[in-house]
Design a protein around this ligand. Structure first.
Ligand code: HEC
Length: 128
């Protein structure tokens, strides 16, 4: 009796936990994941942010506020991968920047790593 009662409960709890889970640990940053982020950026973000995140996407001119330069401008939501991941989960109210929760979590992490990488690249370029 015990087993038949607790097992379905555990199964139900496991099912419930999936949509509620606020992300476990971030996936490890690997070259493959960053590459996935780059590919996703081209599909989901470049129309506004431009292919390199410079804010020069085809749709950018029509936007107010315009997307900032993700590689060089200060980011209001923070520029660490975890903060970018958060921004992707919430969007920015009052702007064209929607929440991207329709993308799988791992893809949002891939994007966060990619965007953070754009910034590292810009910094490295400046030092030269
Ligand atoms: C429809 C146009 C549009 C699309 C598509 C879009 N963005 Fe944005 N994004 C914006 C605008 C507009 C802002 C707000 C700029 C501001 O507040 O200065 C913004 C802001 C951001 C910020 C935060 C900047 C800050 O100050 O913290 C990040 C990070 C970002 N976008 C990443 C992305 C990523 C990654 C994608 C693709 C998954 C994406 N955006 C798709 C228009 C867009």
């Amino acid at each position: 009796m015990r087993i038949t009662l607790t097992m379905p409960l555990a199964a139900a709890a496991a099912l419930l936990a999936v949509p509620v889970a606020r992300g476990g640990d971030p996936p490890k940053k690997t070259p493959e994941l960053v590459q996935k982020g780059k590919a996703s950026f081209e599909v989901n973000c470049a129309s506004c942010h431009g292919p390199a995140g410079a804010g020069d996407g085809a749709a950018a001119a029509a936007l107010d506020p315009k997307p900032r330069n993700l590689a060089t401008a200060p980011l209001k939501g923070g520029a660490k991968p975890a903060q970018i991941f958060d921004t992707l989960g919430k969007g920015i109210p009052g702007t064209a920047m929607i929440a991207f929760t329709h993308l799988p979590e791992v893809e949002r992490w891939a994007l966060a790593y990619h965007v953070a990488g754009l910034r590292d690249g810009a910094k490295a370029g400046k030092k030269k």
